[in-house]
Write a protein that binds this ligand. Structure first.
Ligand code: XMP
Length: 516
C-alpha cells in the first residue's frame, strides 16, 4: 500500500481517499509508527499528512527519521512537508506569518510533481511556519508570498513536498499533484478498483470461513447490505441473513429488504416479526435513553432467538455456525486506534447491539473501505440504488422520533408523514444534497388548527433536514420554500391528527440531528 502517516486533524483520511481515487490502495498509519513498523507493511509510497501543530511546539508530533532511509518514494504535505524539511537538514522558520485559504502559488515547470500544472495556480494553504531553506540536494519548485519554499523535490531520492493541501478540492490542481507523485514519481499503476476489491475480499472470506455457516444481521442500511452481499457472493448458501422487524421501521423498509434485497442477491433471509414484542416493551416509556436501552435489549433478544433456532438447525445439518458478518468500515477502524490486530465489536450501530458474550468470529469484509467505496461495491454487486444510496437511519428507528410514548397509532401516523417527506424530497432531486431528514412527531404536544370547517386539536410534525459530512457536526439544510410548502400541505391534508408542520433550523451543535 501507499501509507499515509497521520499527524493529526482530519487530513489523513482525505489523503487516503484521494490516493484510492487515483487507483492506488492506501492505508493510514499513526505518526508514532517506527521505521520498522512502516517497513513491515511493504509500502510502495509514503505520504506525510498535514497536522494542526507547529514543528517547534513542545510535544509536536514527530516522525522516526529512519523512515527517510527506507528508500520509499515520499511526499510531504504541509506539516509533513515541514517535518521532511527539518529532518533532512533544511530550515523551517517560525515566521508567525499565517497564510490561510486560497493562495496563488508560482510554480516552475520542470518538476515531475508539478508537471502539467499551470505556472500560476490557486492552492489551499493553512500554515504558520514556513520552510525557509530546502535541504541539500533538493530543488525548489514553487513559492508564494508567504512561503518562499512552497514545493521542493529530490528526484534522485524520490522525495517531494508541498506546503499547500493538494487533497482539498479548493486546490485547483491538487489531484494532479497527488497523481504525479503516485504514477510518475513512484511509478505506481492505476489498478485499484472496486472490481479488484471484490475479487480479493471473496478470496479472503472463503479462506476465513471454509465450510462453516455464517450469520449476518441486516439492518436495511448500506453497510450491512453490502457486507452481506459480499459474503453471499463468497460462500453462497452457507450464509443466512437475519432481519428483525421491530415495527419502528419506515414505510416499505421491510418489503424493500425482503423483495429488492433478496431479488438482487438471492440470499437466504430470515425475517423476525418482533413488532408486538417491541410495542409491549416500550409501553408507557417516554424517556429517550430508556427507550434506546429497551430497543437495544429487545433487538438482542430477537436476534438470539433466531440464532438459537439456526444453531439447532445447523447441528442437524452438520456444520456449525461460527461466523458473524459485520459491516465495519475503515473510519471505524482508524478511529478505534489504527486497525492493527483484533476485531473489536464496536460497530454495534449496524445492528442496534449484539450480545457481549456471543461466541462468534467476525467477518468484516468492509474493514478497509470508505463509505463511498462501499456504495460502489454495492452497485457492482448488483444491489439496487434504493439500497445503495440510502441515507442514514438510526437503529432505534421511529421509536426515537416520537416525542412521547411509542404506540401503534403514533407509529402509523409518523410513518405516513415520513413517507410523504421522503417522496417529495426525492421528487425534488434533493436526496444527494441533504444528509438525512428526520421527521419527528411531537406526540405530547397539541396545537389548535382549522381544517374543513371545524376546529382541530392535533399534533405538530417537525422536519429536520440537515447537511453534514460525517454526522459529527451538521447544519440545517436551506430547502427551497416550494418543496417545504408541498411537504407541509401534503402532510396536513393526508395524515390524520396532524394540523401543523414546523421546520427545525438548529445546527449541530448545539442540537443533535435526532430529537432524542
Ligand atoms: P445525532 O442525533 O447524535 O445523530 O446527531 C448522529 C447520526 O447518528 C444517527 N443515529 C443513530 N444511528 N443508532 C444508529 O445506528 C442509533 O442509536 C443512532 N442515534 C442517532 C442519526 O440518525 C444521525 O445520522
Amino acid at each position: 500500500p501507499v501509507l499515509v502517516v497521520d499527524f493529526g486533524a482530519q487530513y489523513a483520511q482525505l489523503i487516503a481517499r484521494r490516493v484510492r481515487e487515483a487507483g492506488v490502495y492506501s492505508e493510514i498509519v499513526p505518526h508514532t509508527a517506527t521505521a520498522a513498523d512502516i517497513q513491515a507493511k511493504n509500502p510502495v509510497g509514503i505520504i506525510l499528512s498535514g497536522g494542526p501543530s507547529s514543528v517547534y511546539e513542545e510535544g509536536a508530533p514527530r516522525l522516526d527519521p529512519g523512515v527517510f532511509d527506507l528508500g520509499v518514494p515520499t511526499l510531504g504535505i504541509c506539516y509533513g512537508f515541514q517535518i521532511m524539511a527539518q529532518t533532512l537538514g533544511g530550515e523551517v522558520a517560525a515566521t508567525g506569518l499565517r497564510e490561510y485559504g486560497a493562495t496563488n502559488a508560482v510554480t516552475s515547470t520542470d518538476s515531475v510533481l508539478l508537471d502539467g500544472i499551470p505556472a500560476e495556480q490557486n492552492v489551499w494553504m493553512s500554515h504558520g511556519d514556513s520552510v525557509a531553506k530546502a535541504p541539500e540536494g533538493f530543488t525548489v519548485n514553487a513559492s508564494t508570498a508567504g512561503a518562499p519554499v512552497a514545493a521542493f523535490s529530490n528526484d534522485e531520492r524520490k522525495f517531494y513536498g508541498v506546503q499547500w493541501h493538494p487533497e482539498v478540492k479548493h486546490s485547483a490542481h491538487g489531484q494532479q499533484v497527488i497523481e504525479n507523485f503516485l504514477h510518475r514519481a513512484a511509478g505506481l499503476a492505476n489498478d485499484w478498483n472496486s472490481g479488484n476489491v471484490i475479487a480479493e475480499q471473496v478470496e479472503r472470506i472463503r479462506a476465513q470461513v471454509g465450510n462453516a455457516r455464517v450469520l449476518s444481521a441486516l439492518s436495511g442500511g448500506v453497510d450491512s447490505a453490502v457486507s452481506t452481499a459480499l459474503v453471499h457472493k463468497a460462500v453462497g448458501d452457507q450464509l443466512v441473513a437475519v432481519f428483525v422487524d421491530h415495527g419502528l421501521l419506515r414505510k416499505g423498509e421491510r418489503e424493500q429488504v425482503e423483495k429488492d434485497y433478496v431479488a438482487s442477491t438471492g440470499v437466504r433471509l430470515v425475517t423476525v416479526d418482533a413488532r408486538q414484542q417491541f410495542l409491549d416493551a416500550l409501553a408507557g416509556v417516554t424517556d429517550p435513553e430508556t427507550k434506546r436501552k429497551i430497543i437495544g435489549r429487545e433487538f438482542i433478544r430477537s436476534f438470539e432467538a433466531v440464532q438459537r433456532q439456526l444453531v439447532d438447525e445447523a447441528k442437524e445439518a452438520g456444520e456449525p455456525i461460527k461466523f458473524l458478518v459485520q459491516g465495519t468500515l475503515y473510519p471505524d477502524v482508524v478511529e478505534s486506534g489504527g486497525g492493527a490486530g483484533t476485531a473489536n465489536i464496536k460497530s454495534h450501530h449496524n445492528v442496534g447491539g449484539l450480545p457481549e458474550d456471543m461466541q462468534f468470529e467476525l467477518v468484516e469484509p468492509l474493514r478497509t473501505l470508505f463509505k463511498d467505496e462501499v456504495r460502489q461495491i454495492g452497485r457492482d454487486l448488483g444491489l439496487p440504488e434504493v439500497i445503495v444510496a440510502r441515507q442514514p437511519f438510526p437503529g432505534p428507528g421511529l421509536g426515537i422520533r416520537i416525542i412521547g410514548e411509542v404506540t401503534q397509532d403514533r407509529l402509523d401516523l409518523l410513518r405516513d408523514a415520513d413517507a410523504i417527506a421522503r417522496e417529495e424530497l426525492t421528487a425534488a432531486g434533493l436526496d444527494n444534497e441533504i444528509w438525512q431528514c428526520p421527521v419527528v412527531l411531537l406526540a405530547d404536544v397539541r396545537s389548535v388548527g382549522v381544517q374543513g370547517d371545524g376546529r382541530t386539536y392535533g399534533h405538530p410534525i417537525v422536519l429536520r433536514p440537515v447537511s453534514s459530512e460525517d454526522a459529527m457536526t451538521a447544519d440545517w439544510s436551506r430547502l427551497p420554500y416550494d418543496v417545504l410548502s408541498k411537504i407541509s400541505n401534503r402532510i396536513t391534508n393526508e395524515v390524520r391528527d396532524v394540523n401543523r408542520v414546523v421546520l427545525d433550523v438548529t445546527s449541530k451543535p448545539p442540537g443533535t440531528i435526532e430529537w432524542e
